[in-house]
Write a protein that binds this ligand. Structure first.
Ligand code: PLP
Length: 457
């Protein structure tokens, strides 16, 4: 519209209408569907719902189940430009007719998306892009680059972080994705500092950012004194699995300065919160005035095509090249790279970062309104279209209302709204819809949450 806000074109698919009344039993999968489901590995939805819907279509912020019911999708920061975007479908289809192959040579599509990504670089010193297929792979490569550039092994990571499921990414993650390191067998090269969470962590108040960063400085100093020194500090600029927690002011820039003072590199894991999701800036680290040495991207980067990347400095890439060859067969393949370029074009052309800022602010205000009326809401975290509604049994003790969050998420599903608890802080309902999420979508969600919270109380 004239304000540049994103509006859903409801006429595009009239069957995609939201049912806001609850249905007794969300979806009864047919016997045949159930048997198929038993043969494949359980989807992560089974963690949250007894009988999750199966989806067969998507449009913008809506998903449609095999039973024909439409749902508002609020757990999807992968399909950032919305489901079934026609520009994406057309461009990828065209590329598939022309060329899609392994990454042995440089293809125009990858050169194009790299230039578009570097146009967003938070600093001109970040001038190199390496393609990967997923967030885990991006983190794995980021760690390897940092080690090659510094000649060291040790990495400082943040408690309650999640960086992926592959061996290195898993080692620097503590989030309870049922990984063995979370249960105590973390490799000796990983060094944890507290999650910079002013609501729950050891430090709150005005100097919280500096105090959390001081922990990074202490660990870096200890690593310099007792070992080789840190290769890197890795952190999500907003903590995803901890519930969309924004670190207190000044944390990230001070933590980066601390690790650099000891010869290490700063890795910003932007897999969840980059690409304009936070509204205030294209990169999460930029919302805090911090410039990393290495940035990881995936998820939104391909809108569910396997396109991700590591953005860094040429000299860091050269250090890795001196060690040996880096090769990942289909990383940056032309069709995925085209998807990556279309995502960036759509974010620009449809003003999706600005939409995330405006709708995010509206949503935050509405949720704050709910918090004032419902004692079960202890805090609203996050910014832009990345927020967390933290449920507590008691506002003073902050006892996590975990079962309550699971039940509320199930009741919202029955109303056609998909919102799930964060995987580490399971008492936080995470809000991370496509960036096309409209004000009306935000209102639909908050109204439903209001009703469900009243019912529940
Ligand atoms: N980094 C962060 C911050 C993530 O949230 C995730 C996935 O949730 C990953 C890395 C791993 O990405 P992928 O699932 O694409 O391997």
């Amino acid at each position: 519209d004239a304000d540049g806000e994103y509006e859903t074109d409801g006429s595009a698919d009239p069957s995609v209408l939201l049912g806001t009344r609850p249905v007794a039993d969300p979806v009864l999968a047919s016997r045949e569907q159930q048997q198929r489901r038993d043969r494949v590995m359980a989807s992560s939805a089974e963690r949250y719902y007894d009988d999750p819907p199966q989806f067969e279509r998507g449009w913008d912020t809506r998903l449609v189940s095999t039973t024909g019911r439409a749902y508002l999708d609020m757990v999807n920061n992968v399909t950032a430009i919305g489901h079934s975007h026609p520009r994406l479908a057309d461009a990828v289809g065209r590329q598939l007719h022309v060329l899609n192959t392994n990454s042995r040579f440089l293809y125009e599509a990858f050169a194009d998306v790299s230039e578009k990504l570097l146009a967003h670089a938070p600093d001109p010193s970040l001038d190199a892009v390496i393609p990967v297929n997923s967030g885990s792979e991006a983190v794995e490569l980021a760690l390897r680059l940092a080690r090659a550039a510094t000649g060291r092994r040790d990495v400082i990571a943040v408690d309650e972080g999640y960086h992926g499921w592959t061996t290195g990414a898993d080692a620097v993650s503590t989030s309870a994705f049922d990984n063995p390191h979370a249960r105590g067998s973390r490799p000796d090269w990983v060094h944890l500092v507290d999650a910079p969470n002013a609501y729950r962590g050891p430090f709150g108040g005005e100097d919280a950012g500096a105090r959390y960063a001081a922990q990074v400085r202490e660990v870096a100093a200890r690593l310099s004194a007792e070992r080789e020194g840190p290769a890197a500090f890795i952190c999500e600029p907003v903590l995803g699995n901890a519930g969309g927690v924004v670190p207190p002011a000044g944390f990230l820039a001070a933590a980066y300065a601390a690790v650099r003072a000891h010869g290490g590199l700063a890795i910003a894991d932007e897999v969840q919160v980059g690409y304009g999701r936070l509204g205030a800036a294209f990169w999460g680290a930029s919302t805090q005035g911090a410039v990393p040495d290495i940035i990881t991207v995936a998820k939104a980067a391909g809108n569910a095509f396997p396109f991700g990347a590591v953005i860094t400095r040429r000299e860091i890439v050269d250090a890795l090249a001196r060690e040996g060859m880096f090769f990942s067969s289909a990383a940056g393949a032309p069709a995925s790279a085209v998807a990556g370029a279309v995502v960036l074009d759509v974010i620009r052309d449809e003003g999706l970062q600005r939409n995330a800022a405006r709708v995010g602010e509206h949503l935050f205000d509405l949720l704050e309104g709910l918090r004032r009326r419902h004692p079960l809401i202890g805090a609203v975290h996050g910014m832009g279209l990345y927020q967390g509604v933290e449920l507590v049994r008691d506002r003073d003790t902050k006892e996590p209302a975990t079962e309550e969050a699971a039940e509320i998420s199930r009741r919202l599903l029955a109303r056609g709204i998909i919102v799930q608890p964060a995987s580490e802080r399971q008492n936080v309902l995470k809000v991370k819809p496509p960036l096309t999420f409209s004000r009306e979508d935000a209102e639909t969600f908050v109204e439903a949450l209001d009703i469900v919270l009243k019912e529940y109380a």
